[in-house]
Write a protein that binds this ligand. Sequence first.
Ligand code: AMP
Ligand code: FE
Ligand code: FE
Ligand code: ZN
Length: 274
Amino acid sequence: MNVDLHCHTNLSDGSLPPKELIQLAIDRKIDILAITDHDNIDCYREISEPVENLTLITGVEFSTVWRNIGVHIVGLNMDLSNTELLKGIEFQSTAREKRAELIDQRLYNLGFKGCLDGAKRFSRGSQVGRPHFAQHLVDIGAVSNIQQAFKRYLGAGKAGDIKQQWASLGDVISWIRGAGGVAVLAHPTKYKMTRTKLCLLLEDFIALGGEAMEVISGTQTASETQSMARLCKQYNLLASRGSDFHSPGQPWAALGMASELPIDCKPVWSRWTE
Ligand code: AMP
Ligand code: FE
Ligand code: FE
Ligand code: ZN
């Protein structure tokens, strides 16, 4: 079965509108899809009718912070009319707006004027994220590519990496669970944590109600997969699989093309297909 439970539209930092993303999912013969835009669920307003041969699961990817490290939590299969969840999303959206102003200020202090206006030209009315600031920095020639923008100005520990405004890990998990959903630790290999630290994160995550982790996130090495599968089993978590697709033309995160879960992992989708 082809399952992709992590991808983005142009309502966060992806490039495709929701309907085009759904069409691509159909073309790729995806059976179960969850769209997980950063901190918002606006895409689900644009997809009202059921899609033939495709099970669409509700999703969101919340930004949070754990021990001063930015961590992402995916929520799956939530009731999107849940009041606490909606309040949570509102909180994150305000936090994101405030953060964008702070990033603008920080970049201004480094000599780059008008970055928020520049970033907004790329987000085109949708929420502003660091990738939009990165696109602006490339556009004005401050850096030669997006990677360099993160490496110098926006990535972990750099001036534009501001994360204290996000809701706590506990709040994010409780919004997801309160809406009947499953909380999934997103892309655990991306945090560059030691195994010991990742175990501490998983222990806190589980104590707060987290139930699953992405054993497969986009393209990863066999040894990463093995190591994530081992952790997943050690902590008795459900396993998720997602491409973290943002745009066509990024082969390391192609929609519906992530590897299969190792057979000894219990798929998170067994929750709503069994
Ligand atoms: P934000 O939600 O605004 O904090 O932006 C986070 C997003 O930036 C991630 O979901 C990725 O899409 C993107 N991102 C993070 N780090 C990098 C990087 N080093 N290079 C390119 N994109 C990145
Ligand atoms: Fe993203
Ligand atoms: Fe993420
Ligand atoms: Zn993502």
